[in-house]
Structures are given as structure tokens and as C-alpha cells.
Write a protein that binds this ligand. Structure first.
Ligand code: TRP
Length: 349
């Protein structure tokens, strides 16, 4: 086998399992973030491996962020982690920028990653749009910083959405090239994305073809993690639907994006499959289904949104969690970046 790539023959990483993920600090959180990320993190918290969960503020500034808002959004994401059930005694919750090693390792990885690899990144193409030359350089090297986030903790599992799979592949490529170029087989793990599990794509309540998004100008399009019970009920009641009753089978949802979205949300909130939801509600109209969904959404989201509002009124409590998290994160990250610097050959006394 002369054409075997170095990763085929290199010894596998032998360190412990570690789970890591981040949420970008650039806007209010909504039901899509809750069902797609936060709820899964709480399930992973007790899986036996330590969890590192951070607020990606370094990533946020790849596009312009108002400084005062950035601080507030960082606290809001920390509040959402806590309100969703993450326990700061078990999971390490911290702001990315508070652990200097992220930026340090990202620079070194900028010199490992190849331009051709980054040229393939579809998220940059989407985010930079028609005016690539006006994007920040940071937006271009965004996935390299993401690789640093992950490998700094030698994370082995990364729960993310499907849209992050390409960035995970890049992370593996960077890890393999570093291990190979510097002759340190197995130094960095090749982390696995965790995209399976209950991570539904939650769509806008006004348009079943668009993702639920903080940037949608209509607040009616999303359920925010700070909405109270009355607004949740009102938003579900006004959600766009069609005049047909719910189908009996999943295939019956195919050409009905709005119906499909509401059934998906119900299933995710109730920890049911969509088949089970249709077995219960197939044949019934939205006049019956919407009130049931509103009740379920309030029952499952109200404790989270109430805790979110309580925490956001107590910045001191959030700041204590973030400071403690940053210290614990640095205890893992600093020795790794120190070792990397030694491997690279940087001078030290
Ligand atoms: N890019 C991720 C997103 O938009 C956020 C993120 C930054 C991240 N660094 C990470 C996710 C490291 C997982 C691991 O969702």
C-alpha cells in the first residue's frame, strides 16, 4: 500500500472522551437553538464524558458586533445554557475569548490549513455573499478557529447541526496534517461530529421553507427563549398552516412544509417520533392540533424561559459561572497549547 495516507496507518488517539460545542454570540436564541443544540447538550451531560460548552464570541466578531450588545449576548447565551439544564458543576461553561489559548492555537492552525481547503467551505460562500472582498479575513478563517476550539481540548465528540459537518471535516484534516507534519502521531484526536439524535431543523412559523432565525425581521416567525407563555401561545396560534387536516403518514407531510414543521416541533418537544405524533393527530385539523402544540410548548418551554429571564436579571450569577468556567477551561487548554508550541519549535527559556 504505497498510496495510504498518513491517517490510515497512524496510531489512533488514545486519550479520554471529551465532548465540546459552542454557540455563536451574535443574536437572541430561539426554539431552533433549543431543540437543535441546547436540549441535546443537556442529554450528553450525563453520558460519562466531560462537556465543554462555550460562547463563541471570537467567532461572532467575524462580522460587525456592537460592543455593548456583544457582552449582553454573551451573558444571554450563558443564561440559555444554564436555563436549559446544564449544570456548571458538571459542564465547563465559558466565553471563548476568556481562554487566550483559542487565539494562539488558531494562528498556528492558520499555518497548517491550506488555502484550497478553506476555498471549499460553503458557509463562507453563503455568508460573504456577492461581496467577498469586503468580508473580514476572520470570516474566511472562521473554520480554522473552530478547529482550534475543538482540538485545544482534544475533544473527541462534537454535537452540531448538519451545517457544521464540513467544518468538522476540516478539523480532522488539520489534526491529521499537524500530527503527520510534526511527527506526533495520535497527538490530536480526529473528532467525530454528533449530528444524529433529536436535532430537528426547526423552520420559521411564517414560512416552512426558511429556517427559524434570529435575523428574520418578523418576531412572529420564531419562539424566543425569553418569550413568556402568552407570546408562545399567540405565536403558535398565528403560525402559518394550510386548510387540510393532518395526514396519517409522514409522506403526507412532503409537500406541506408548514404542517411538517409544526409536527416536527411537537415531536421534538414531546420526545416522540413524527410517526407517533401523526398516529395521534392524523385526520384532525389545525383547530385541534394548534392548541395542543401551544399547551405542550408552554409546558416544556416555560420553565426554561422563566429561568432565562431570572438569570438575565442577575448578571453577577452568570459572571461567576463564566469566570469559573474560563479558569477550568484554561487548565485543560493551556498545557495543550504549550505542548503544541514546543512541538512547533518555538523558543522558550
Ligand atoms: N460554527 C458553529 C456554529 O455556527 C459555532 C462554533 C464555533 C462551534 N466553534 C465551535 C461548534 C466548535 C462546535 C465546536 O454553530
Amino acid at each position: 500500500m504505497t498510496d495510504a495516507s498518513p491517517t490510515d496507518t497512524a496510531p489512533a488517539y488514545a486519550g479520554p472522551r471529551r465532548i465540546l460545542s459552542g454557540i455563536q454570540a451574535s443574536g437572541a436564541l430561539h426554539l431552533g437553538n433549543y431543540l437543535g443544540a441546547l436540549k441535546r447538550f443537556t442529554q450528553l451531560q450525563d453520558s460519562g464524558a466531560p462537556c465543554f460548552l462555550f460562547v463563541a464570541d471570537l467567532h461572532a466578531i467575524t462580522v460587525w458586533q456592537d460592543p455593548a450588545l456583544l457582552t449582553a449576548q454573551t451573558r444571554e447565551i450563558a443564561a440559555a445554557y444554564l436555563a436549559s439544564g446544564l449544570d456548571p458543576a458538571k459542564s465547563v461553561i465559558f466565553p471563548q475569548s476568556a481562554v487566550r489559548a483559542h487565539s494562539e492555537l488558531a494562528w498556528i492552525f492558520n499555518c497548517v490549513a491550506r488555502l484550497g481547503w478553506l476555498d471549499r467551505m460553503t458557509q463562507f460562500k453563503e455568508k460573504s455573499g456577492k461581496h467577498k472582498e469586503r468580508s473580514s479575513v476572520g470570516l474566511y478563517t472562521y473554520p480554522v478557529l473552530q478547529a482550534a476550539d475543538i482540538l485545544l481540548y482534544k475533544a473527541t465528540e462534537v454535537p452540531t447541526g448538519e451545517d457544521q459537518k464540513q467544518h468538522l471535516e476540516l478539523t480532522r484534516d488539520i489534526a491529521a496534517k499537524f500530527n503527520n507534519d510534526f511527527g506526533v502521531p495520535g497527538f490530536f484526536p480526529l473528532p467525530d461530529p454528533l449530528t444524529q439524535g433529536p436535532a430537528p431543523r426547526v423552520m420559521s412559523l411564517r414560512d416552512g421553507a426558511a429556517k427559524m432565525s434570529k435575523s428574520d425581521p418578523s418576531d412572529q416567525s420564531r419562539i424566543n427563549l425569553t418569550d413568556d407563555a402568552d407570546s408562545i401561545v399567540a405565536k403558535v396560534r398565528k403560525a402559518k398552516t394550510d386548510p387540510e387536516p393532518l395526514p396519517e403518514t409522514i409522506e403526507g407531510l412532503d409537500a406541506r412544509p408548514e404542517a411538517k414543521n409544526l409536527v416536527t416541533i411537537y415531536a421534538a418537544l414531546a420526545d416522540m417520533t413524527r410517526e407517533q405524533v401523526l398516529a395521534q393527530y392524523g385526520g384532525q385539523g389545525f383547530g385541534a392540533f394548534k392548541p395542543a402544540l401551544a399547551e405542550l410548548a408552554v409546558a416544556s418551554m416555560a420553565p426554561v424561559t422563566a429561568e432565562m429571564r431570572r438569570l438575565m436579571a442577575d448578571a453577577a450569577e452568570i459572571d461567576r459561572v463564566l469566570k469559573d468556567g474560563a479558569e477550568r477551561a484554561a487548565e485543560i487548554a493551556d498545557p495543550v497549547v504549550d505542548e503544541v508550541k514546543k512541538i512547533v519549535g518555538f523558543w522558550r527559556a
